[in-house]
Design a protein around this ligand. Sequence first.
Ligand code: SF4
Length: 255
Amino acid sequence: MTVEVIEKDKLNLTIKIEGYPLDLVNGLRRYAMSEVPTLAIEDVVFIENNSLVYDETLAQRLGLIPLKTPRKYLEMEDAQLMLVLDASAEDSIRTVYSGDLVPVEDKEVKPVSNEIPILKLAPKQNIKLEAYARLGKGKKHSKYSPTSKAIVKPTPVVNIKNPKTENAKKILDSCPRNVFEIVDGNLIAKNPNFCTFCEECLKVDKESIEIAEKPGSYILGIESIGQLDAKDIVIESADLIIKDLDEIERRLDSL
Ligand code: SF4
């Protein structure tokens, strides 16, 4: 088995996996979306709300704000962490943002972004509440899913049969993924892994280009919303698959 990192930063991880079946690679993707837990606001206690927005609507909005989830909480199914919101408008209209939510027990458990608007307060209006974040999974509610993108595709092979084709510029312009480059008059595939098999280049000149899938090789791409680093999402997915397989083995052993 080989794992090659194609792209990596805090929020994105793209890796090429060879030597493992598609089902397993796709399992990593599905676990990333729906089994890796994160913290999200589940209960809200309103102390004061004289804004125009109903309590229920506000609670729904608060639940959808992604919260940073330190890995130490991933095993703590009964974790409950409080954040408070205490905002008022004096003489002018005020927009209340996610950054106004203040963590109480753990300063690390805070909104992923401070700039998500929650509501507007007119002059003399106040909002005061306690919000309780709990651990949950994307399969229960999408607010808990840590991924904004989770894809698996076969590894593309972009074979240029005629690098000096007169259609080189048209082929380059047809590709929405910037796969091609022209170097010294020759068409080359600079970023073959970016190919999405859309076949736009083949519509221009199918004699000069061949697009194929590399057998037994897959690209897994994970984009994090921000609760967890992309790398941690994939590591956690793998750990959870192993745990589930161990559980199946344990139950089979006890038959
Ligand atoms: S199939 Fe689409 S993405 Fe792939 S190289 Fe051709 S134009 Fe680009």
